[in-house]
Write a protein that binds this ligand. Structure first.
Ligand SMILES: [Zn+2]
Length: 239
């Protein structure tokens, strides 16, 4: 307070000395606090379009209208180009996920999906058609690790797609859900009847090919579609 008063005094003295009237207005910046540093940006890359998007929260931590509009455009249905509003909570969780993994880019397989596309894909009630879901992976991070991380969020649906190379995340009002879908890209869903058991079983398998261990089980066809960018092995990004 004292500083502000003395400043006013100085201004009035200057005015008496013939300083131009506009100089009497004390500059606002002099009393404003230090600027908050910008939050780091999360980078989203659309694998189907080779487009990228920078997601950065505003000074208050949330995402403004403009950001949400731009995000909706980025996460548009890549089959129909249709744009639909995206849930802000989903945006926050995507950002938190990127932050958790040291801002490695999120490689997005699908965001919004037009209703007819959702239907064609065999799920007419897909949360993708409401703009509350995203299929993605994190560059340089195993999908099991991403899966286990996003399962910590409250009120989410998490789908694990070991043969398609991504994790599904949606935000919902009710209890969280988890499923494993063994379909390969372009195939209809092949849901596991025992997702939790599958996760435990896979967790016991070491990352590297074990010696003398059994190959993947029969229900895991191990199908890798070589022509899909989503299945190109991930190399960690160096900053
Ligand atoms: Zn999905």
């Amino acid at each position: 307070m004292l500083a502000a008063v003395s400043q006013v005094t100085v201004v009035s003295v200057k005015a008496d000395l013939g300083v131009a009237p506009e100089a009497r207005v004390a500059p606002k910046k002099a009393t404003a606090g230090p600027r908050r540093p910008l939050a780091p940006a999360a980078e989203l890359v659309a694998l189907n379009r080779r487009e990228s998007f920078t997601l950065r929260p505003g000074p208050q931590g949330g995402f403004g209208k403009q950001t949400m509009h731009a995000l909706a455009r980025f996460l548009r249905c890549h089959h129909t180009q249709r744009v639909h509003a995206i849930s802000e909570r989903l945006a926050r969780l995507l950002y938190e996920t990127a932050a958790h993994f040291d801002y490695h880019p999120l490689e997005v397989v699908a965001g919004y999906r037009a209703p007819r596309v959702a239907k064609q894909k065999g799920n007419p009630r897909s949360p993708h058609k409401r703009g509350v879901a995203c299929d993605f992976r994190v560059a340089g991070v195993g999908n099991e690790v991403v899966r286990d991380y996003v399962r910590h969020f409250p009120r989410v649906g998490v789908g694990f797609y070991p043969n398609s190379g991504f994790v599904h995340l949606d935000v919902r009002d009710g209890a969280s859900a988890f499923w494993v879908d063994y379909s390969a890209p372009g195939e209809r869903a092949k849901y596991s009847p025992t997702p939790e058991e599958d996760v435990r079983r896979f967790a016991q398998e070491p990352d590297t090919q074990p010696e003398g261990d059994d190959p993947p089980s029969a229900e895991d066809p191990g199908v890798i579609a070589p022509n899909l960018p989503a299945l190109v092995p991930i190399t960690p990004r160096e900053e």
